[in-house]
Write a protein that binds this ligand. Structure first.
Ligand code: AG3
Length: 281
């Protein structure tokens, strides 16, 4: 194979390789190894500890689906919290909603935000919106401190290893529940239904114990392991599949539509099965 290649070991048994045009940036931040590379297939990419976080080529699918589903389910989202997501992709989508008065980004690593601003401006530009506040702190501690504050909370984290592990724990979900206002909606990225079945099952069981409504939806993300990704949702009231259709249709999006919102909750049997089985530990 001609040229230079970047390979991510997605699991012990699977790798994804991209032909590299250039390495634009590389540094060790206090939290992780950060790199921005330019690839032939998907354009510029943000890598953290060698794991693809986002790419210009497919980021819109993930960012639109993690944002517009909860924001359209909520009848009037005004105060939104995004945990992680330092590249700004979720914030860019959140501020498309005119009801949003304030969007708070809580990102632990200031270098992710700075690098995204410099190398991924088409993802990061929303961070300059006047409604956005960026706080460089631990998301787990942030939700522990607040009560009855947010309409929507979105967790756009790295994989559940190291510092992000706490963002997938029942204690954190209880704090999220308390941090949400009446009718509050919570969504977290919850990994691959092909490779993280036990994790998804455990999270869904935790959310069911904490929220009146818990649900799971899917979207394709070609650069993530398995290519199909899950999002877990907890709601204090609003039903995940009922929302203002016309409002959803008016959003300027490249992947999300009201039809796709609906369809995302229709789970293929192999995923529905994950939710039916009891926890095996
Ligand atoms: N969100 C990353 C989801 C996890 C990716 N995992 C993986 N490739 N193994 C990161 C930031 C996107 N805004």
């Amino acid at each position: 194979m001609k040229g230079l290649w970047f390979t991510e070991l997605q699991t012990q048994d699977l790798a994804l390789s991209c032909r590299v045009k250039a390495t634009l940036h590389r540094e060790n931040t206090p939290y992780q190894e950060l790199a921005i590379i330019d690839t032939e297939a998907y354009g510029r990419m943000l890598l953290l500890d060698g794991v693809i976080q986002t790419s210009i080529g497919d980021e819109f699918i993930y960012h639109e689906m993690i944002s517009h589903v909860p924001l359209n389910i909520h009848p009037n989202p005004r105060d939104v919290l995004v945990i992680g997501g330092g590249d700004g992709g979720v914030i860019r989508e959140v501020i498309k909603h005119s009801s949003v008065e304030k969007a708070t980004l809580v990102e632990i690593d200031a270098r992710v935000v700075a690098s995204a601003r410099e190398y991924l401006p088409e993802i990061a530009y929303g961070l300059d919106d006047a409604r956005v506040e960026i706080r460089y702190e631990d998301g787990i501690e942030h939700v522990r401190r607040v009560e009855d504050k947010y309409d929507v909370i979105i967790v756009d984290s790295t994989d559940p290893v190291g510092p992000a592990a706490g963002l997938f724990a029942a204690d954190f979900y209880r704090d999220v529940f308390r941090a949400l206002k009446e009718n509050g909606v919570f969504v977290s990225q919850t990994e691959s239904p092909l490779f993280n079945r036990e994790l998804i099952r455990r999270i869904q069981n935790d959310l069911k114990r904490i929220f009146p409504i818990a649900s799971l939806y899917l979207a394709p993300v070609p650069t993530y392991p398995g290519g199909i990704w899950s999002f877990s949702l907890g709601s204090k009231g609003p039903h995940p599949e009922s929302f203002d259709w016309d409002k959803a249709a008016r959003l300027n999006t490249r992947f999300y539509t009201p039809e796709i919102h609906r369809a995302a909750f229709y789970l293929p049997p192999f995923v529905a099965e994950i939710l039916q089985q009891e926890e095996s530990f």
